[in-house]
Design a protein around this ligand. Structure first.
Ligand SMILES: *Cc1c(COP(=O)(O)O)cnc(C)c1O
Length: 409
């Protein structure tokens, strides 16, 4: 492990004994596929993107898959395709990433922030979403927290019954299934992320999934300035003309990245199986009520991507001190997510959401990635259990003196 031959002293973080929150890994053979794409001379969106889209349809069961520059881009396209605009409202969990809500807000529509199901089930509650429906409501934007499918089937039923569009932020959910259905295929459109820390991390990139041919046609046009056919399609069809059908964006991916994403997709199930083992080891270690509680495990019929592993700390535990303790042992942690309902960007203070606020104040995300080594897992467990005790015994005065540590995104 070490490059100087000396063992790190116990209890001390060294450069060799750090556990990152996530560790994106690309294999040499996968990098070679990107190099091949660069050498082919076709650098923008082309045949490798089409291959990735076909693989995504085959993997997820979606009728259509449209590769884009990011999950945020896919969410924006989905909101435009759902017809969101000024005067409309869309229901969204406050416990989401900024991209989830920004996609609604940039169309001119207003987000309405809804409560999560429970403190150990921090995903959008279908009952809470239903209670917020008003005449202006046009869509529900759900988010698969950490890759948990959550109440996605209930939300799909609700959207259908009330005539609303269900859009899925499935950034965490590559390889998440509920009753044989891939998350991101329950609504009008779903968005996956290829951002570095996600299960299909390649740097930047995303995928819009949908079943409806008209939504797919619009999504393809919107990712390319609203133009009716791509350069590749025009060249293949020898059709040099194009028309601008509506105002669109440049949300294209490029072929070298599409090649990387396609290569990663082939090992997604194996990666997620490894993540599930890490998840199981954490759950076993934290099962004794030591002051930290993992999220509710996926029920029968669900397979989760295990993109994030979050624990909820007991109320009396100082989270900043807990995180500092882990950091001192070389263990990186994060917070998913600060709640958004009071953010000034979305109109400032909104109605209180007690479960969301409690979760957001007490949750900590621990490292999880497929190639995590046993010593890394052991160190996280040991440091977390130790931190709970240490922080609990610390006199309140020294806690108060400490400023809260930074929140990561
Ligand atoms: C990462 C993330 C996004 C954005 O994904 P990009 O591909 O970086 O645009 C959206 N929603 C959630 C919940 C995320 O974690």
């Amino acid at each position: 492990m070490g490059n100087n031959g000396s063992e790190p002293s116990p209890g001390q973080a060294t450069a060799d004994r750090r556990v990152p929150l996530a560790a994106p890994l690309l294999l040499e053979s996968e990098l070679q596929e990107a190099i091949d794409a660069y050498r082919s001379g076709w650098l923008c969106m082309g045949p490798r993107t089409a291959e990735l889209e076909a693989s995504m349809c085959a993997y997820t069961g979606a009728e259509h898959a449209i590769a884009v520059s990011s999950c945020s881009a896919a969410l924006h396209i989905a909101c435009v395709a759902a017809g969101l605009g000024p005067g409309d409202t869309a229901i969204v969990p406050s416990l989401a990433f900024a991209a989830t809500v920004n996609a609604i807000a940039v169309t001119g529509a207003t987000p309405r922030f809804a409560e999560v199901a429970a403190i150990e089930r921090p995903w959008l509650s279908a009952a809470a979403a239903e209670a917020l429906i008003e005449p202006s409501t046009k869509a529900i934007v759900a988010m698969s927290y950490g890759g948990h499918p959550g109440e996605i089937a209930e939300l799909a039923e609700l959207a259908e019954r009330r005539g609303l569009a269900l859009i899925e932020d499935a950034a965490h959910a590559s390889g998440s299934w509920q009753d044989g259905r891939h998350v991101g295929t329950f609504g009008v459109a779903g968005a996956l992320s290829f951002s570095a820390s996600k299960n299909l991390g390649i740097g930047e990139g995303g995928m819009l999934l949908c079943d409806d041919a008209e939504v797919a046609r619009r999504a393809r046009a919107l990712r390319w300035h609203g133009i009716s056919a791509s350069t590749w399609e025009r060249r293949r069809a020898a059709a040099p003309e194009y028309t601008v059908e509506e105002v669109g964006f440049n949300y294209r991916i490029d072929d070298p990245r599409a090649a990387l994403a396609n290569a990663r997709l082939r090992r997604l199930d194996e990666d997620n199986r490894r993540r599930a083992e890490v998840d199981a080891a954490y759950r076993a270690a934290f099962a004794g009520g030591e002051g930290l509680t993992p999220l509710a495990p996926p029920p029968a019929g669900e397979r989760a991507s295990h993109c994030v592993f979050a624990v909820v700390l007991d109320e009396e535990i100082d989270r900043a001190a807990f995180r500092e303790h882990l950091s001192a042992r070389g263990v990186e942690t994060s917070i998913h997510f600060p709640p958004l309902h009071s953010s000034p960007a979305y109109g400032g203070p909104a109605a209180a959401l007690p479960l969301t606020e409690a979760f957001a104040a007490r949750a900590v995300s621990l490292p999880i990635f497929p190639q995590m080594e046993e010593w890394q897992q052991g160190l996280v467990i040991e440091a977390a259990l130790e931190a709970v005790t240490a922080v609990d015994e610390e006199p309140p005065a020294s806690r108060a003196a400490r400023s809260p540590s930074a929140v990561a995104g």
